[in-house]
Design a binder for this molecule. Sequence first.
Ligand SMILES: [Mg+2]
Length: 200
Amino acid sequence: MKVRAVVFDLGKVLVDFDYGIAARTLARQSDASPEEIRTLIDQSPLLFRYESARITTRQFFAEVRDQIRFKGGFEEFAAAFGDIFTEIPAMSELNTTFRQQGLPTFILSNTNEIAVGHIRRSFPFFRHFTDYIFSYEHGVLKPQDRIYEITEQRSGASGQEIVFLDDKPENIEAAARRGWRTICHRSPNATRMALRQWIN
Ligand SMILES: [Mg+2]
């Protein structure tokens, strides 16, 4: 069966990220240490509430501000919280190749409004996808089934028609249960090699 959609995870696949950078910047204007701040914002219960739209961007800011006694305003907070990403050029080039072949590509990400705003402004490669499925816009996180269903609806593809790249085994397993072709991303080279069996 022909591949009709390539679905990329964002974090650690198309961009690297380091919450330590935000924690150090925020610590300069707060009473908490970088380590304490990182524990609060990096893959934390609070971040998952934010990325699954249980709380808004403003509520997320207010919770962090109150817990670390941040002295700055929202704009300073958002600039620091968002500026944690670096592009992985080998992977954005892969997307360019697929698009040149006429293959639709998608980003399926557990993410938040501040991160997406920052990435959109900072990285031109981000514009060159067919469509985007973000957890905070749908109130549901990978590996919950619903966000994979939404991806199938938006792409018009399903099962073996979809190739999915993600660095987290639990996200890959949920996609594999739906019959998607999956690659647990470790490095651009390993992913390129694995893709050769399906797309040339
Ligand atoms: Mg990831």
